[in-house]
Design a protein around this ligand. Structure first.
Ligand code: SF4
Length: 541
């Protein structure tokens, strides 16, 4: 760190830097983000968009999962040059948090109703198990909350500098081979700490994963805090603690602290790590405010020492590291047996895009064929649980009749896309439609390709759809085409794997959006021709 910065400090509360050093910190100091709920209910929803205080509109609204969406028709070249006021539409994106990805049919129907009634039918399953809706008007928010809260759903702290949705395995409690069922700890952390002023002013967003899934579907390596199911030498099931992962523009994998966390300790350990982030996290620059930067400076030994001495007041025992994931595909697509003898059926919408009508259909099918339980995954997919074996094929046929494929091509199964320019104010390029088109093209051009292969499309360098950990990661930017025009395109990252290595960013390796299918086809044909037996794409690259 340069000496001048050190003198000014990083804005760490625990070192006495309590005065806000930037506009975001000032906004949080002026008023807790959680307080905006009252103003939405009492003032803004009644008086309309123009009555909204800008500090609430572009700041505190996020504490309830509400973002202004991008005004239609503004091209990606203008993203960096226009002011917020010019980019802001009068409509909002609303994120519904679905902790652990767990829903029942009534909850899914509530989201479907909100989508159809207030969001022009839009709904996207995100790679953090949320469902995002668009075209929301401020006047509708009270009714939306009423609908969601009546079935136990919330948008509280779905965005903002807060503990975001806690991701968990959708099969927790039913997976035949899980190490531990993390449901009770996930629920307790949610109930004790989400929406609590204790953690409503963090330096930046804070992402949690908690799971005992052997597929390691919660991708613990890229979360701020992750509890990974392990069994210690005494045969006791608990968690291995990982801290400080995150992608975006400075990607870092989480570090193991080497500590074994007993299930009943998980909530207080979570609070301890979150407390360290709150108190020691860097608040001076937004670009250095994620927990990964503190971890990078401290290292796991010091982090663990501070956690144990200052926050827990006791030492955690050392514990084993988890093995790797059991499969290169960390998802739950297809028909698989649960440990109670029933089956789950995982299916793939295209790049997470669904809609209100479809969510109604899924809720009906979950009830008709299963117990009503349905889950979102961390790969923009969904799973219906508790289906009797003899009914799985009938359910698969019904899903497929709605283009929700249970046996998708590798391209449908493993392609993800972030929100992109359609709605996101930070976007430079289109992603969702392009992802859908790419899937269709690759299915036509390479119908027999069946190796695990992830393709992640991102609309800007922020990496919401994990650009650096995909086999083919696509980072949206403007590129120059053959005629010298600036057009939408992607910088290419090749051979990334979660927890392995970040994708190689080969200098100058870019494609225009129009040439994207040709580029991907070329690379995959070369891989098929040149690879050795059993060689994965990442190893081949
Ligand atoms: Fe928006 Fe960029 Fe995130 Fe995509 S990666 S959703 S464009 S911020």
């Amino acid at each position: 760190m340069p000496p001048r910065q050190r003198r000014r400090g990083e804005g760490q509360w625990a070192l006495g830097y309590r005065e806000p050093l930037n506009k975001n910190e000032e906004g949080k100091k002026n008023d807790d983000g959680l307080n905006v709920r009252r103003r939405i209910l009492d003032i803004y929803s009644k008086s309309g968009f123009d009555s909204i205080d800008p500090a609430d509109l572009r700041g505190r609204f996020r504490w309830y999962g509400i973002y202004t969406q991008r005004r239609p028709g503004i091209d990606g070249g203008k993203t960096a040059v226009l002011e917020d006021e010019e980019l802001d539409d009068r409509y909002f994106m609303l994120r519904v948090r679905i902790d652990g990805g767990r829903l029942n049919a009534a909850q899914l129907r509530a989201i479907a109703d909100v989508s159809s009634k207030y969001a022009r039918g839009t709904a996207d399953v995100t790679d953090r198990q949320n469902i995002q809706l668009h075209w929301i008007e401020i006047e509708s928010v009270p009714a939306i909350w009423e609908t969601l809260e009546a079935v136990g759903l919330t948008t509280t702290e779905a965005c903002g500098d807060t503990p975001r949705v806690i991701i968990g395995c959708p099969l927790a409690g039913i997976a035949a081979d899980e190490v531990i069922d993390a449901t009770p700890q996930l629920q307790e952390i949610h109930d004790r700490y989400i929406g609590s002023p204790e953690f409503s002013n963090l330096p930046r967003k804070f992402k949690t994963a908690l799971s005992g899934c052997t597929a390691q579907c919660t991708v613990h390596e890229i979360n701020d805090i992750a509890f990974v199911g392990v069994v210690n030498d005494e045969g006791e099931a608990g968690y291995d603690l990982w801290v400080g992962g995150g992608l975006s523009t400075n990607p870092m994998f989480a570090k193991r602290l080497g500590a074994f966390v007993r299930p009943e300790q998980a909530p207080e350990v979570w609070a301890g790590v979150t407390g360290i982030f709150r108190d020691y996290g860097y608040r001076r620059l937004r670009s250095r405010a994620r927990l990964k930067f503190l971890m990078n400076d401290w290292g796991p030994e010091r982090f663990r020492e501070v956690l144990e001495k200052e926050y827990l007041g006791y030492r955690l025992p050392d514990g084993p590291a988890p093995g790797g994931p059991r499969d290169a595909r960390r998802d739950h697509v297809g028909i698989h047996r649960q440990r109670d003898g029933a089956y789950y059926v995982g299916f793939a919408p295209r790049v997470g895009r669904v809609n209100g009508d479809l969510l109604h259909v899924i809720a009906d099918l979950a009830e008709e064929y299963g117990s009503g339980r349905v889950c979102t995954t961390t790969e923009q997919k969904m799973v219906i649980l508790d289906v009797p074996e003899e009914r799985t094929e009938a359910l698969a046929a019904e899903l497929e009749a709605h283009d929700l494929q249970v046996r998708p091509s590798v391209f449908r199964r493993q392609t993800m896309a972030c929100t992109g320019i359609e709605y996101c104010k930070l976007a430079i390029v289109e992603t969702k439609q392009r992802g859908m088109d790419l899937i269709e093209e690759l299915e036509k051009r390479l119908p027999d390709f069946d190796e695990p292969l992830s393709i992640n499309l991102n609309g800007c360098p922020n990496s919401c759809a994990r650009v650096q950990v995909a086999d083919i990661g696509l980072k949206g930017q403007l590129v120059t085409d053959a005629d010298g025009n600036q057009v939408e395109g992607y910088q290419i990252h090749l051979g990334g794997t979660v927890g392995g290595a970040f994708g190689k960013k080969i200098r100058g390796l870019k494609t225009t959006a129009d040439e994207l299918p040709d580029y991907v086809e070329r690379v995959l044909r070369r891989y098929q021709d040149q690879r050795n037996d059993g060689e994965s794409f990442a190893d081949w690259v």
